[in-house]
Structure formats: C-alpha cells, structure tokens
Design a protein around this ligand. Structure first.
Ligand SMILES: Nc1ncnc2c1ncn2[C@@H]1O[C@H](COP(=O)(O)OP(=O)(O)OP(=O)(O)O)[C@@H](O)[C@H]1O
Ligand SMILES: [Mg+2]
Length: 357
C-alpha cells in the first residue's frame, strides 16, 4: 500500500477516545470505500486503510476494562479489528454487501476513522450514486457519521463528484467533463457541466474490481489448500507481498496473468456501460477522467474509449481530496473566490442542499 507506513497508524488516545494533542475541528474528506477508506485533512494528512473488519468472539473471561489494541473498536459490545490486521482473520466480514453502510462493520470503520478526525470537524463524505439518490440513505449515513465522529457538520455527496473537485483547475463555467470512478464494488459514471451535475448523463453501476480479486482468490484457495483472501491477491498484484502456503510462494506470473485476463473482461463491461450512457454525447466532453483504485488496474484497457481520456493523478485518493476541497469551498473562510457556486447549492438559510438528481 502506498501509504504503508501510515496504514493502521497508531496514535495514543485520550480517556474519551480523542487525542489530546489534536486540534479540534478540521475540514476532512472521508471516502469510505467498500475496499479502502481514505481520509484527507486540511493540514495535508492522508490516511488509507483497508475497509476490512474482523469480529473478535467474546471469550470466557470478561473483557470489561481489558485493554483493546489501537486498531480495535467496540461496536454493540463486540470487539472489531479494523484495517490490515483483519485480513485473513476467521471472523472477517467478507461478504461485500451493497447496503453495507447500515451494517455494524461500517460503524466500526467510521469509529476507527475517528482516530484521525478530531471532534467538531466539518466532514464531507460520499455514497455511491445509486444509493445517494435515496434521501433516507443520505440521512442514515449523515447521522451515523455525524454522531460517531462528533462532527460539527457532515455533507454527503455522490462519490465520483468528489473527484471532480480534486483539481480545481478543472472548474470551468461551461466545459463538460466526464468522470469514471472505478472502485472495489461500484463504478460511477458522472457528467458535469461546469459546476453542474448532469443527472441524465450520470449513473452508478454495481460493478468494480472486487470480483477479479475474489475469483483469483477462490482459484488459489483450491490450488493451495488454504483460504486466500481477495486482499492478498490485490496486494500481490501490486507487488506488495507473495501468496504463500506450505513454505512456498505461488507463481506470481500466473497470478498476474489471471488478474490481467479478468481485468480485460471487466473493462469491456464498463466500456459497454459508458457507451450505453454517453453514446453520441461522448465527443461533447472536454475530457474523460478516470479515478478510483480500479482505474489504475483497468485504464490500459479503457483509454481507447476516446482521445482525451486521462488517468487522474493519485487516482485512489481523488474523491477524498475533492471532498475536502468541497468542504473548504462551501464552508471555508479563507478560500479563494470561485466564479460559480459549486455543485451543491444552498437553501435560504445558507445550509447546503443535496444535488438535484
Ligand atoms: N495500483 C493498483 N493496481 C491495481 N489495483 C489497484 C491499485 N490501487 C488500487 N487498486 C485496487 O482498486 C480497488 C479500488 O480502489 P478504491 O479504493 O478506489 O475502491 P473503493 O473506493 O474502496 O471502492 P468503492 O468505490 O466501490 O466503494 C482497490 O480495492 C484495489 O483492489
Ligand atoms: Mg470509491
């Protein structure tokens, strides 16, 4: 992982769970992905950890008052390990669920994220577009994040829109751009005209890169006679560790070839969705930006879609960085003026309104 040294970073917490040295209240971009959670704060701190949660079964000895490791949180009286250490654990919550943001594992991730997010912060976070369009979904995530993080304000936006704001040089009053955010579980196809979100040319597809790693993990489990976690496959494909059993590493070339083969098929499916959605409109876009960790894997097979296809810098962090900038634009005191209102409008009391979709 890019931020390996920070991953599951440890920080001493105060008695109330907060870090006494942390300033209170920051702008924070919080991208809680099905695969990885990304946090970006206004003072430049970046953090990424796998959105992996393993439950620790209660033991015969009462745990009350017992020390809890710093990558553990307690949800509904059950200890949960969050992040890297959860990978490969027997009670890991492995079934990715479309509605996972109502599950205890989501609460565990937000609780763990509080390690880096001081109380009274302004937190901008996202939901996949196909859930964002449901007002109740927005409210549930808003209330949960606000309560757990003791945030001053929380704004929930569609995920891919965050990426648009990650590079403010793209802000232009009229230019149309398209964003393809390829994640673990979802791919968002987003169209913007200046600061306006174009609902009719945007959609969320429940199809990311997870299947690729899960398929290879299942095949390796059978070959190696042990359970291989999809995260292990993802890491090995990024050159970050071998997959081993009985003292031997499985041939990396086989893993890489199999991942590439499945990636090609997945890219073809995403390409078909782009053609379906944008059809004749494709030439109208000034650029087509690709982001999300999945874009790093699939961009080679998708860049032929059109001239002007761009893999965003820091693709996996694009939404979190953009969320932070949206927060600064909407609520910041000292940010430079912009020519147009950002995509999120305000009501008469000055409170931001969700995007019209
Ligand atoms: N350099 C890379 N090469 C190959 N795959 C990568 C690379 N970086 C990240 N990935 C994969 O891309 C996946 C998607 O990353 P990302 O963090 O954008 O997903 P997510 O936001 O967690 O998912 P979702 O948007 O569906 O909620 C990661 O889980 C990882 O498997
Ligand atoms: Mg994502």
């Amino acid at each position: 992982m890019k931020d390996g040294k920070e991953e599951n970073g440890r920080r001493r917490r105060g008695q109330d769970g907060s870090d006494p040295k942390k300033p209170r209240g920051k702008f924070v971009g919080l991208d809680i992905g099905y695969g990885h959670t990304k946090i970006v704060t206004q003072d430049g701190e970046r953090m990424m950890f796998p959105s992996a949660v393993a439950l620790v079964a209660p033991t015969a000895v009462q745990q009350f008052g017992a020390p809890v490791a710093e990558d553990e949180v307690v949800i509904d009286r059950i200890r949960c390990i969050v992040g890297s250490r959860a990978i490969g654990k027997p009670n890991r919550c492995t079934d990715l669920e479309d509605l996972w943001w109502i599950f205890p594992s989501f609460k565990a991730i937000v609780t763990y994220a509080s390690t880096w997010i001081p109380p009274q912060s302004t937190v901008i976070t996202g939901l996949p577009l196909h859930h964002y369009i449901a007002p109740d979904a927005r409210d549930i995530v808003h209330d949960l994040v606000k309560t757990i993080l003791k945030a001053k304000r929380v704004l929930v936006t569609p995920q891919g829109v965050g990426a648009f704001y990650s590079d403010l040089s793209q802000l232009h009053a009229t230019a149309k751009v398209a964003i393809v955010d390829i994640g673990t579980w979802t791919t968002e196809l987003i169209a913007m005209a200046g600061n306006d979100f174009i609902g009719t040319l945007s959609t969320g597809v429940v199809s990311g890169v997870h299947d690729i790693y899960r398929t290879v993990a299942q095949e390796l489990s059978a070959k190696m006679d042990r359970t291989v976690d999809p995260y292990e496959v993802e890491r090995s494909n990024r050159g970050d560790g071998e997959i081993r059993a009985q003292g031997r590493a499985y041939a990396q070339s086989w893993i890489d070839e199999r991942v590439a083969q499945l990636a090609k098929d997945r890219a073809a499916l995403i390409l078909a969705k782009m053609v379906d959605l944008w059809g004749d409109h494709a030439p109208d876009f000034e650029s087509v930006f690709f982001c999300g960790g999945g874009a790093q894997l699939l961009f080679p097979y998708l860049k032929g879609y059109r001239d002007g296809a761009i893999l965003m810098k820091d693709a996996q962090y694009a939404n979190a960085v953009g969320f932070l900038k949206m927060g600064e634009l909407l609520y910041g005191q000292d940010t430079p003026p912009v020519t147009d209102e950002p995509a999120v409008s305000r009501n008469e009391t000055g409170e931001p309104q969700p995007l019209a979709v």
